[in-house]
Design a protein around this ligand. Structure first.
Ligand code: FAD
Length: 425
């Protein structure tokens, strides 16, 4: 008797979707279609280093077909899913329609502009490799134009505002401050970078709100020592005509605004609107099954498992996405053997953020300790190298970091002109 394999369609090859597909690779009971709009996996934690010209985009991206080129059961489709039909068990992409036995949504999150159109249109987001490259190109193009116009930078004061004091904003402003101090004056000796201002604006009363008070304080001290102007309790209302408008109606003149103030879930339409939370995530049970559905799952940033201890769900972190994928893979294997499936158990692995050379903050969960400085920075680098996919990528990133550490120079100040379309001053 020929046994037909169940078809699992996974949308999204980020941390969650990729881990799921890799764990079920060559499983005899399943045929998997992994759909992503990009043909590569992107390592978002190091996007800021692409934006600041420390790393090349290819160092933090990994081609999906290389991962699965020997797979007997995983097919890659580089398509955008446009719609889900839960009743008919189909998904519609820009190319064709797929019928599934099981659907797994692993579509992650998108930048949240909180409905503010002016901010969406005029600021630079950083949620993808493409957007990180746009930030790099916009900055480099600005400096090239300043040199060409033969106007001293004193007469073209540049200020860069970063909105959002979470790990991304802290890492980005720290890297920008190092770029201003070390490599920009060497690469553009015609320009006076002492006039360049870097602001980090945060709406709550402290940076790194999801970390310990000690981590927040240390990050602020580090950034201020590096020349970043940190403003907490500062809400941004808009950004137009190069002015960042604040809640008290004052404004900051700014050449560029980088918006990393929040994310919201992102997934194709078609599912019951009652299952969608305020944060635009999909409500799932502890098995990551979308509520009310038998065969649709959501894992990673898109999934919201509400519990008494975590009423707003688990943190949107790579480690959570990976662990949920591992658990779901285990459950698919259990299902194939008619065995009991197990709920996802959240394990707090702690939190960390880097500010710059020799400077990072770490909150460990077990044992519960917080520390900062050189050792925290080494730990941050080791963990990120470990998480990065592909030995070649790990090696190249390690070489880049070593080069940067000893020379203080950006190794990749490359300007790809045709990419610079948005936010041109
Ligand atoms: C700048 C930045 C820095 C971060 N730093 C850290 C960090 O230091 N540590 C940490 O733990 N976490 C960090 N995070 C969070 C972490 O990256 C996320 O928690 C993680 O990526 C979530 O994984 P995911 O698989 O749910 O989604 P993602 O990794 O975002 O993957 C979603 C995938 O779905 C695809 N997709 C989306 N919609 C569609 C569609 N309609 N059709 C086809 N494909 C689609 C996308 O192309 C993408 O490949 C950071 C995030 C950002 C943005």
């Amino acid at each position: 008797m020929v046994q037909t394999k169940k078809h699992i369609v996974i949308i999204g090859a980020g941390f969650a979707g990729l881990k799921l597909a890799r764990t079920l690779n060559n499983h005899p009971s399943y045929r998997i279609t992994l759909i992503d709009k990009n043909n590569y996996h992107q390592f978002q934690p190091l996007l800021y280093q692409v934006a600041m010209a420390n790393l090349d985009a290819s160092n933090i991206s990994f081609p999906l077909r290389t991962i699965f080129n020997k797979s007997k059961n995983v097919s890659i489709r580089v398509e955008t899913v446009l719609n889900i039909n839960a009743e008919a068990n189909t998904v519609q992409t820009n190319e064709c329609q797929y019928r599934f036995d099981f659907l797994v949504l692993a579509t992650g999150a998108a930048t949240n502009y909180f409905g503010n159109k002016a901010i969406e249109e005029n600021t630079l987001p950083m949620k993808s490799t493409w957007e990180a490259l746009q930030i790099r190109n916009s900055l480099l193009k600005y400096f090239e134009d300043a040199v060409s116009s033969q106007t001293p930078l004193a007469q073209i004061p540049i200020s860069i505002v970063i909105v959002g004091g979470g790990p991304t904003g802290v890492e980005l402003s720290g890297a920008l401050a190092e770029m201003k101090r070390d490599s920009l004056p060497l690469e553009y000796p015609e320009l006076d970078f002492t006039k360049m201002k870097i602001y980090l604006l945060e709406g709550t009363n402290r940076l790194l709100i999801n970390m310990s008070e000690m981590a927040s304080k240390s990050a602020k001290v580090y950034l201020e020592e590096m020349g970043v102007i940190v403003k907490t309790n500062t809400f941004v209302k808009g950004y137009e005509h190069k002015k960042v408008l604040l809640q008290d109606d004052s404004y900051i003149h700014s050449t560029f605004v980088i918006w990393v103030a929040g994310v919201k879930g992102s997934f194709p339409p078609g599912l019951d609107p009652n299952l969608i939370s305020k944060s635009n995530q999909l409500k799932t049970n502890s098995y990551n099954k979308v509520l009310g559905s038998d065969n649709i799952f959501a894992i990673g940033d898109i999934s919201l498992i509400e519990s008494t201890l975590f009423p707003r769900g688990f943190p949107q972190l790579a480690s959570v996405a990976i662990d949920q994928a591992k658990n779901l893979a285990k459950n698919f294997k259990q299902l194939a053997n008619n065995k009991k499936i197990l709920p996802y158990q959240y394990l707090n692995k702690g939190n960390m953020a880097t500010v710059g050379r020799n400077k990072a903050v770490v909150d460990l969960a077990y044992p519960t300790i917080s520390f900062q400085g050189f050792f925290a920075w080494v730990l941050w680098m080791t963990l990120h190298l470990f998480l990065l996919i592909g030995f070649k990528n790990k090696l190249i990133v390690f070489i880049n970091w070593t080069y940067h550490y000893f020379t203080n120079r950006q190794s990749l100040s490359l300007l790809f002109e045709q990419l610079t379309r948005k936010n041109k001053p």
